[in-house]
Design a protein around this ligand. Structure first.
Ligand code: C2E
Ligand code: MG
Ligand code: MG
Ligand code: MG
Length: 285
């Protein structure tokens, strides 16, 4: 009986692995064609200031595959990184984001910013400084309107080349945000060593505010530390008014989350901010 069970388990296990491998190769094949098939879109999620004005947005990649339907970036970005596809895809996202943002910066002025997620692989394999300069020139976007979101993984890599690229980007006015702060191999020394301008607190710390007292203490400490280091703070994944009240009371600079809006296609985001520009009051929440 036990033997039988064992055998069933084994069979189940192998067929599971086989299915996984098939699914994975389907995903890889579809990804290879995705860019040339125009299956990608960039969405934009509002980033809202302390005084409830939309002052920027995060560019987020969306993929609707002809074969697989909608696939989440959490699922396909790591595969793109492994396959090296993150280089052309990341370049495409940066160009799209800057192109759309140049219109918004013309309306809002240079205080408006778009943030673009950058994979560590891009920094390691590519000259990001050169790419950013080219894209800014092509799209006529002011460097002040662009912030790159980088992760602790990149900073942990501790390469001289990365540090030099980041310093060069800051020198031309491009902002640097540390994304998902607190979830990676955090070391507080990164905040000192790298020329960062913003810190994004991961949703993991936000989701149980204000009931979880430990999260309250952590978020409060992160905000005051960031403020002492002259880093602007963005709270990610804010969904409730109670979370916003807590964060606002601590002088958190920016709020991003479903409370204000989900990520929107460019045309919808454009409409969302134009209501604010034209009506001044319309988009104050
Ligand atoms: P991220 O950069 O931390 O982006 C924030 C994620 O949280 C987004 O998920 C966004 O849709 C989601 N989000 C925003 N507000 C809320 C909220 O109130 N509640 C909840 N539950 N979620 C919220 P998304 O778009 O699925 O992206 C997942 C991750 O994939 C991103 O995390 C980022 O690491 C990566 N990613 C997305 N686009 C790109 C890209 O163009 N390049 C690279 N390298 N990575 C990207
Ligand atoms: Mg991000
Ligand atoms: Mg994040
Ligand atoms: Mg995140």
């Amino acid at each position: 009986k036990a033997k039988e069970q064992g055998r069933n388990c084994f069979e189940f296990f192998t067929s599971g692995l086989h299915e996984q491998a098939t699914a994975r190769s389907k995903l890889e094949n579809a990804l290879h064609k995705a860019l040339s098939n125009n299956e990608f879109t960039v969405y934009f999620q509002p980033i809202v200031s302390h005084d409830k004005k939309t002052v920027g947005c995060e560019a987020l990649l969306r993929w609707h595959s002809a074969e697989l339907g909608a696939v989440s970036p959490a699922q396909f970005i790591p595969v793109c990184e492994e396959l090296g596809l993150i280089i052309p895809i990341g370049e495409w996202v940066l160009r799209e984001a800057c192109r759309e943002a140049s219109t918004w910066c013309n309306c809002f002025g240079e205080q408006f910013f778009v943030t673009v997620n950058m994979s560590s692989v891009q920094f390691i394999r590519q000259d990001i400084e050169a790419l950013v300069k080219t894209v800014l020139r092509e799209t006529q976007l002011s460097p002040k309107c662009l912030t790159l979101e980088i992760t602790e993984t990149l900073l942990a890599d501790n390469s001289v080349n990365t540090l030099q690229q980041l310093q060069a980007l800051r020198a031309i006015g491009v902002g640097l945000a540390i994304d998902d702060f607190g979830t990676g191999y955090s070391s507080l020394s990164y905040l000192k060593r790298f020329p960062l301008s913003k810190l994004k607190i991961d949703r993991e710390f936000i989701k149980d505010l204000p009931d979880d007292l430990e999260d309250c203490a952590m978020v409060s400490a992160i905000i005051s530390m960031a403020s002492n280091l002259h880093l602007e703070v963005v709270a990610e994944g804010v969904e409730t008014a109670a979370q916003r009240s807590f964060l606002t009371a601590l002088n958190c600079d920016y709020i991003q989350g479903f409370l204000y809006s989900k990520p929107l296609p460019a045309a919808s985001f454009d409409k969302y901010i134009r209501e604010f520009i034209d009506g001044q009051h319309l988009n104050q929440h």
